[in-house]
Design a binder for this molecule. Structure first.
Ligand SMILES: *Cc1c(COP(=O)(O)O)cnc(C)c1O
Length: 427
C-alpha cells in the first residue's frame, strides 16, 4: 500500500527543486540571439552574479556543468606542468585535482579526513615548506571546495586564505562554491579568492546546464600568461562585446531566462535571509539525526558542529539499511533522498536542504525518513519532534516566517515582463 501520489519531494543535493516561477520564466518560444531581451538578460545576470559572489571582479557564464567550470578555471589561468595543491575534504576537490592531472598539471594533495573540514594550519605548514623547497617550482594554485556535497562538510574559506597569506605564498586561490553559493555567505573579494566556480542547479534553483566563474584581477593577469587556454573556455574571447561571443556560440537561452528569474527571487528574499533559512533547515536536520541516533544506528558524518554544511547533511547508517530506506521513501512516499557517493557509498545517505526549500518540505522529508525507519524496523529515537522543537525555538511566533522563498519582489525584478505570472505560482 503506497501513499506516493502527490508532489515529488526531491531531497537530493542537486539538481534541486525548481520554483514554479523559474519554470514559468523558461516556458516561452526561442528568441533572437542578437536583439531583444536576451543580451540584456545576460548583462544583468553577469552583474547580479557579482552581488551573489560578493565581488567586483569579472563574472562569466558557460553552457556547461560543474566539471566544465572546473576546467574553465584551470585552463584559463595555468600552464602545462604547473604545480597545484588540492585540499582534500570529501569527494569533489580530489575529483577537480584528477581533472587537473589529465590536463597536464602537476597535482599534489593535502589529505583530509572523511569526517572533518580542511585544517587551515595544515595548509599553512604545507605551503611554508613549499616556499622553501624550490622557488622556481612553487605551487601556482590551491584548490578547495566550500561545501563538499559528499561529506556534508563546510570548509572555512576565509581561514584557509589567512593560512596561505601567513605562509607568505603567492598561489592563486580557487574555490568551488557549487554547493554553497546562495546557501551560505561567500565573500569573494573580502576573503581573497581568485577564482570561484559555481553552477545553476544547486543553491541557485535553476536547471542544470549553466556554470559560472568569478575572477579576481590577479587571476585575470595570470590568464594572460596561461598556456592551457582553449577557445571554448577562453575568458578573453568571452569579454568581447558581442553577445554571441559571451557564450562562444549560441546562448543557452531558456536557462538564462530561468536564471534571471531565480536571481530576482534570491535578491528579493535578501541574501542574508536566504542564508538564515538554510542555517535553520540545516539545524533542524542535525537535530533530527541527533534524535534518531539517541537510541539507534544513525549518526551525522561530520563530527564538529561548526564544520557541518548548511545545504546538505550526510548521515552514516549501516549498509544493510541504506538502500531499503531510500527505496521505501521513494516508492511509498515519493521522497527522493541522496545516496552516499565516493567513499561514502554504502556507508551513508544524504538529505539536501539546498535552494528552493522551506520548513514543510524539510519536515515532510524528515517525517518520511522516520516513517521508513519504523516500517523497516531500524532502531531509532525521535527525530522529527526534535526538528520541530528546534524550529519552534528558532522561529518564535510573530517574528519571522520560514518559507517565503517564492516571494519575488516584482518591483526591481529584471526578468522580461512577458515571462512572469505576477507574484503567484503559475502554470
Ligand atoms: C555537484 C557538485 C559538483 C559537480 O557539478 P556537476 O554539475 O555535476 O558537474 C562539483 N562540486 C561540488 C561541490 C558539487 O556539489
Amino acid at each position: 500500500m503506497s501513499v506516493s501520489t502527490g508532489r515529488e519531494f526531491l531531497s537530493i543535493p542537486g539538481p534541486t527543486n525548481i520554483p514554479d516561477d523559474v519554470l514559468g520564466a523558461m516556458h516561452r518560444p526561442a528568441v533572437d540571439i542578437y536583439s531583444g531581451d536576451l543580451p540584456h538578460v545576460t548583462m544583468s545576470c553577469l552583474e547580479d552574479l557579482k552581488t551573489v559572489f560578493a565581488t567586483t571582479g569579472q563574472t562569466f557564464i558557460f553552457a556547461a556543468n560543474g566539471h566544465g567550470a572546473w576546467e574553465a578555471a584551470l585552463s584559463n589561468t595555468l600552464s602545462r606542468g604547473d604545480k597545484v595543491l588540492v585540499l582534500e575534504s570529501g569527494r569533489f576537490a580530489t575529483a577537480w585535482g584528477e581533472m587537473a592531472r589529465k590536463m597536464g598539471l602537476d597535482v599534489e594533495v593535502l589529505p583530509g579526513g572523511p569526517r572533518r573540514a580542511v585544517d587551515p594550519q595544515a595548509v599553512a605548514d604545507y605551503l611554508a615548506q613549499d616556499a622553501k623547497r624550490d622557488p622556481g617550482q612553487q605551487i601556482k594554485a590551491v584548490l578547495v571546495v566550500q561545501i563538499d556535497t559528499a561529506a556534508g562538510v563546510v570548509n572555512d574559506i576565509k581561514a584557509i586564505r589567512a593560512a596561505i597569506t601567513e605562509a607568505g605564498h603567492s598561489a592563486l586561490y580557487f574555490v568551488d562554491v557549487i554547493a554553497s553559493l546562495g546557501c551560505m555567505s561567500f565573500s569573494m573579494d573580502e576573503w581573497g579568492v581568485d577564482v570561484a566556480v559555481a553552477g545553476s542547479q544547486k543553491g541557485l534553483m535553476t536547471p542544470p546546464g549553466l556554470r559560472f566563474n568569478a575572477v579576481s584581477a590577479k587571476a585575470m593577469s595570470a590568464h594572460e600568461r596561461a598556456d592551457l587556454t582553449t577557445h571554448y573556455w577562453d575568458w578573453t574571447a568571452r569579454l568581447a562585446p558581442e553577445h554571441y561571443n559571451k557564450y562562444c556560440g549560441t546562448p543557452p537561452e531558456h536557462l538564462l531566462f530561468g536564471l534571471r528569474k531565480a536571481l530576482d527571487m534570491l535578491l528579493a528574499e535578501g541574501l542574508d535571509n536566504v542564508f538564515r533559512r538554510h542555517a535553520l533547515l540545516a539545524g533542524a536536520t542535525h537535530e533530527a539525526v541527533r534524535g534518531w541516533g539517541s537510541s539507534g544506528a544513525l549518526e551525522l558524518n561530520i563530527i564538529e558542529p561548526q564544520e557541518r554544511a548548511a545545504s546538505v547533511t550526510t548521515i552514516l547508517l549501516n549498509e544493510q539499511h541504506i538502500v531499503p530506506l531510500l527505496d521505501y521513501a521513494r516508492d511509498n512516499c515519493n521522497v527522493v533522498l541522496g545516496i552516499g557517493i565516493g567513499d561514502y557509498n554504502g556507508k551513508a545517505f544524504r538529505i539536501a536542504h539546498m535552494g528552493y526549500a522551506n520548513a514543510p518540505m524539510l519536515l515532510g522529508t524528515l517525517s518520511v525518513i522516520e516513517m521508513g525507519l519504523s516500517a523497516l524496523g531500524v532502531p531509532h529515537g525521535k527525530g522529527v519532534q526534535a526538528a520541530i522543537d528546534f524550529l519552534a525555538r528558532e522561529v518564535p511566533a510573530g517574528k519571522q516566517h520560514l518559507g517565503e522563498t517564492g516571494a519575488a519582489g516584482e518591483a526591481d525584478a529584471k526578468s522580461p515582463e512577458t515571462t512572469t505570472c505576477a507574484g503567484q505560482t503559475c502554470c
